[in-house]
Design a protein around this ligand. Structure first.
Ligand SMILES: Nc1ncnc2c1ncn2[C@@H]1O[C@H](COP(=O)(O)OP(=O)(O)OP(=O)(O)O)[C@@H](O)[C@H]1O
Ligand SMILES: [Mg+2]
Length: 328
């Protein structure tokens, strides 16, 4: 068999291949590979620039994100980091400036108006922070859940009776049977948000997006609403993406992705471990994310004490990479 030269070692150890070469190869490999082939949500170098009065704001600056089908995950980040901008794109309300984004195989850049409408009715569901934005005030909880199915038209599964039964089933799953014939003003904040989840699920979407769904609720009620998201993820298998400032919510999901300056910067993965006494504990590990070109953002807490500024020395070891400050 022919020996193919693996460039990595030589480069990092001062051999013949430069870092620029390696980066170019990584980019070439990245675009050739089927990035996110199996993922439900694929964002690839997503850019959104807002221009108002000649001033440009780069809300998303080349954001990469993959979400698998069936995940329940949280997006966190400082105010202004681009979380709502991302959700507006993924729910089909807004169109990105550049890059690519697809959800359940639908290309969010090239959809025409009719497809976009169908996408918003059938492929995605959404729950907003403002409880009032989610529900129509003059309809009961049951009528609110029926509405998306009626708008979808085409008879729907099982006709009118099937739709009514589906609305009742969803209200049941979300512990809202007692709210069936009440209007939003007669419901508590938590009940309103759970009704909003039922509305979001009415047409069995592939994914439900929620932007700060517990932002206006006290912590107990927020916990109940979050439990409702977990239940629909468990019982219906719906993929759920929640933007939140609430650390308690972020800690209850397997994966939390942090956005900084319009890019994914780090993520925390949590897994349950069982020790030799059968005791379960959740182990959380924080990772830095590497973008498709292989770029990595070093946390300021690490770089500042070491005086790392514009460049570093890289050394490849057998099972890790060392990063050294430039002391020259
Ligand atoms: N319609 C718009 N026109 C101009 N600039 C906008 C618009 N929407 C958002 N921005 C800007 O884009 C950046 C990202 O905003 P975005 O609303 O996505 O942040 P966020 O992470 O959701 O913040 P928050 O946690 O406060 O909700 C901000 O600098 C914001 O001012
Ligand atoms: Mg926001």
């Amino acid at each position: 068999m022919a020996h193919t030269t693996e460039p990595t070692d030589t480069a990092a150890r001062g051999g013949t291949v430069s870092l620029a070469d390696l980066e170019a190869r990584a980019v070439a490999r990245g675009s050739a590979s089927g990035y996110g082939d199996d993922a439900l949500i694929v964002c690839d170098r997503l850019v959104r620039v807002y221009s108002t009065d000649g001033i440009e704001v780069q809300a998303l600056q080349g954001l990469d994100l993959l979400v698998e089908r069936g995940e329940l995950m949280a997006l966190v980040g400082a105010s202004g980091s681009g979380k709502s901008t991302l959700l507006n794109i993924l729910t089909g309300l807004d169109v990105p400036t550049a890059g690519s984004a697809s959800v359940a195989g639908c290309d969010l850049l090239t959809m025409d108006a009719a497809t976009r409408l169908r996408y918003r009715r059938e492929i995605v569901g959404f729950v907003w922070q403002q409880t009032a934005r989610n529900l129509l005030p003059f309809l009961t909880a049951h009528q609110n859940v029926m509405l998306p199915m009626q708008l979808r038209g085409g008879g729907g599964p099982g006709g009118r009776r099937g739709r009514k039964a589906r609305a009742d089933e969803l209200l049941g799953i979300l512990d809202l049977a007692h709210c069936r014939d009440l209007r939003p003003a007669q419901l508590s904040g938590g009940e309103q948000q759970r009704t909003a989840i039922a509305v979001a699920l009415a047409n069995s979407p592939d994914v439900v997006f929620a932007d700060e769904p517990t932002g206006e609720l006290d912590s107990n009620t927020a916990e109940q609403v979050f439990a409702a998201f977990r239940r629909i993820n468990d019982e219906l298998g719906t993929t759920v993406v929640i933007v939140t400032h609430d650390a308690a919510v972020a800690e209850e999901v397997r994966r939390t992705v942090a956005i900084r300056d319009g890019r994914t910067a780090s993520e925390v993965l949590r897994r349950t471990e069982v020790d030799e006494h059968g005791q379960e504990s959740v182990v959380a590990q924080e990772y830095a994310t590497i973008d498709r070109a292989g770029r990595l953002q070093l946390p300021r807490d690490f770089t500042e004490p070491l005086g790392i500024k514009e460049r570093v020395l890289l050394e490849l070891e057998e099972d890790h990479i060392q990063i050294h400050p430039d002391r020259a």
